[in-house]
Write a protein that binds this ligand. Structure first.
Ligand SMILES: N[C@@H](CCC(=O)N[C@@H](CS)C(=O)NCC(=O)O)C(=O)O
Length: 208
């Protein structure tokens, strides 16, 4: 399968999930810093994803799949019950609650607001205060738990993305020791390390 990605972007979450599941992905770099977004051969990314953003997973049947939460569940369900509760299990809705929360209340607070200084200080401060509030909630939840659902699931792969942006986006984690401990635990996972390394590379770096 093929994953259209950009270093540091949310495409890291499916890359982590795939690594945890032992699924090899072909990574295709998308230059989302260029307008319009382009592929390494110079062609337009909009032909792959008319929504104009990463990630897209091209499944084995050639069908593209968009939206982080959907891609994560698709990857998890290839090995049922390992990286997500089974689709019919009562805990599955809990996973979906986390994926939606991370997507709408964290991911889309950082991107675009904190990744685009041109939106202005007022918008950025507002986003930061909302994010601090969301982190406080997660920090309380993680007290006494190693991972969001107790054991590692694709929700942790998704949470890794905004938490990884925290320092660069000036949303400090100092007040959230349980998130700090969780982040350390995540970074110690070999699959997370492998995915992070591969996902951080650009075609230029790969050619060097
Ligand atoms: N709703 C989408 C959001 C994806 C998204 O925000 N992608 C960002 C990178 S983290 C992107 O590609 N932005 C470029 C753009 O919007 O033009 C999802 O869940 O997959």
């Amino acid at each position: 399968m093929k994953l259209y990605y950009h270093p540091w972007a949310c495409s890291l979450a499916p890359a982590i999930a795939a690594a945890e599941a032992g699924i090899a992905l072909d990574l295709v770099h998308v230059d989302i810093l260029k307008d319009p977004h382009t592929l390494p051969d110079g062609s337009l990314y909009s032909a792959v994803n008319p929504r104009h953003y990463v990630p897209v997973l091209v499944r084995e049947n050639g069908e593209p799949l968009s939206e982080v939460a959907a891609i994560l569940q698709y990857l998890a369900d290839r090995e049922p019950g390992h990286l997500a509760p089974l689709p019919a299990a009562p805990e599955r809705i809990e996973l979906q609650q986390w994926l939606t929360f991370i997507g709408t209340e964290l991911h889309k607070m950082y991107s675009p607001w904190l990744l685009h200084p041109e939106v202005g200080e007022l918008a950025q401060e507002y986003a930061r205060s909302k994010i601090a509030n969301r982190y406080a909630f997660i920090d309380r939840h993680l007290a006494g738990r190693d991972y969001l659902l107790g054991t590692f699931t694709v929700a942790d792969a998704y949470l890794f993305v905004p938490v990884n942006w925290a320092a660069g986006a000036k949303t400090p984690l100092g007040d959230f020791p349980n998130i700090g401990a969780w982040f350390k635990r995540m970074k110690a996972r070999p699959a997370v390390q492998d995915a992070f390394r591969a996902h951080s590379a650009t075609p230029k770096l790969l050619a060097a």
